[in-house]
Design a protein around this ligand. Structure first.
Ligand code: COA
Length: 423
């Protein structure tokens, strides 16, 4: 028995944000039925393809453990099937552009009529307000949610980050909203609307920067390294380079081999409780009692010089040697790991965070498994479905259509579609 066993999800999601959410729910044991447009399906099936005519890694890595049904929901017959699916499912998840589901004939009021227990969960770029009708992709959300303005170096342009905080981040937020709504439904018997806007999700993840915006009123942000370099603060939170976002100063430092290896770096945190150990490791024992270095406050204006000195030491070690030495003294640090190193990391394989999956047309590939581990509900990562692979099965087993009816539906809604499952 897995955590969400018995919960059926009508997965009307596409691209990255929504599929991230429904994939998580599937890993927790929900039956996720992905509705896709006949012929093309989720647009990512064909995007960034590394093998011609084979579902892309973009698609496969976001759609594990789901079933796929193809349905032209704008055709009256397809629309009728969708209506029955709404009656048969617990949660509808969608991340279409604003208004799409209304145009399809399924505004919230109609969904409630069809199934009062239905939880209707949406991702949109923006919440209600001036931009509510906009289409939004990852980097738009990073820019509108405060991430880009606070990422990068103080003398450079705003930067987007490789972590997909707008798409995957909002998918995570929505999954939590759905589980909470399911819990509430257990007591009220009624569904509700759940909305996660990408701008809101990014801003939530940038919470500490809104903290700093308000702290600016009280004077310069002394833990930002620009403070020690006498670079004046303006009226908005600046980009802080690799400064740590909290009260323990940190920076990315070069390690042995940095001249040729773009990832020979380590993140080093000068945590106050281990300052004396840091002084011993880098060979500056007198800093332990020197008034310019002995207290966190005294160190703040000198952070650049301190990290330059620590870097002289880290450059004599590889990032893994430095890790080992520093961890012996509980000095918080982290190697900059490349995607290649992560893909080859055996401990991540052992925990199921990196998983090898077999796919009928692609063969073996690596994916990120469920990062959330439930002791009584382990996730078993199963390959993504082929387009329409489960159409007949869902029409028959979930909706109770007869063989003749299924043939009519197929004929009416997807005349050009090959019967993938039968091939
Ligand atoms: N059968 C028939 N039509 C279907 C269908 C099906 N099974 N599935 C989708 N469609 C139609 C929809 O009805 C809609 O048509 P309409 O505009 O005529 O009503 C259309 O396909 C898809 O709509 P849309 O969502 O606008 O797709 P898009 O490719 O133009 O835009 C996004 C993509 C991501 C920009 C947009 O969906 C969006 O802003 N989503 C919300 C924010 C979000 O999640 N962004 C991140 C994505 S990772």
């Amino acid at each position: 028995m897995r955590a969400l066993e018995g919960v059926r999800i009508l997965d009307f999601t596409h691209v990255q944000s929504g599929p991230t959410c429904t994939q998580l729910l599937a890993w927790f044991g929900a039956d996720v039925i992905k509705v896709e447009r006949p012929g093309t399906g989720d647009i990512t099936r064909g995007q960034l393809q590394d093998i011609p005519k084979v579902d892309s890694l973009y698609f496969t890595m976001l759609n594990h453990n789901k079933r796929s049904i193809t349905l032209d929901t704008k055709h009256p017959k397809g629309n009728e099937v969708l209506e029955r699916l709404i009656g048969a499912c617990d949660v509808l998840v969608e991340n279409f552009a604003p208004g799409v589901l209304d145009r399809m004939g399924f505004p919230w009021e109609r969904i409630q009529e069809l199934n009062p227990r239905m939880i209707y969960a949406s991702i949109k770029g923006f919440g209600p307000g001036p931009y509510e009708d906009c289409k939004v992709y990852e980097n738009v959300a990073q820019c509108a949610g405060g991430s880009a303005s606070t990422t990068g170096f103080d003398d450079g342009p705003p930067l987007v980050t490789g972590a997909q905080i707008g798409d995957s981040g909002t998918g995570l937020h929505l999954a939590l909203g759905i589980v909470a709504a399911l819990y509430q439904r257990g007591r009220t018997g009624r569904g509700q609307k759940v909305l996660a806007a990408m701008q809101d999700g990014v801003l939530n993840l940038c919470r500490v920067k809104l903290r700093d915006q308000q702290r600016l009123k009280a004077g310069p942000l002394t833990e930002y390294s620009q403070y020690g370099q006498n670079i004046p603060f303006g009226d908005t939170v600046p980009r802080a380079g690799n400064d740590s976002g909290g009260g323990q100063p940190g920076w990315i430092l070069k390690c042995k081999g940095w001249e040729t290896d773009p990832n020979a770096y380590i993140y080093f945190i000068t945590q106050a409780p281990v300052w004396e150990k840091i002084c011993d490791v880098i060979g500056e024992p007198e800093w332990k009692s020197h008034p310019d270095y002995a207290t966190p406050k005294a160190r703040l204006p000198r952070l650049k010089a301190i990290f330059d000195r620590i870097q002289q030491w880290t450059m004599t070690k590889t990032k893994f040697e430095a890790m080992e030495i520093l961890n012996r003294d509980d000095i918080p640090c982290g190697p900059i790991l490349s995607m290649k190193e992560l893909a080859e990391d055996q401990s991540l394989r052992a925990t199921g965070t990196v998983v090898e999956v077999d796919h009928p047309t692609r063969g073996k590939y690596l994916t990120v498994g469920n990062p959330i581990k439930l002791s009584a509900s382990p996730a078993d990562v199963k390959r993504s479905p082929l387009l329409g692979e489960h159409t007949d099965e869902i029409l028959r087993d979930v909706l109770g259509y007869s063989g003749d009816e299924i043939a009519t539906i197929r004929e009416a809604t997807q005349p050009a579609q090959k019967r993938v499952a039968a091939e």
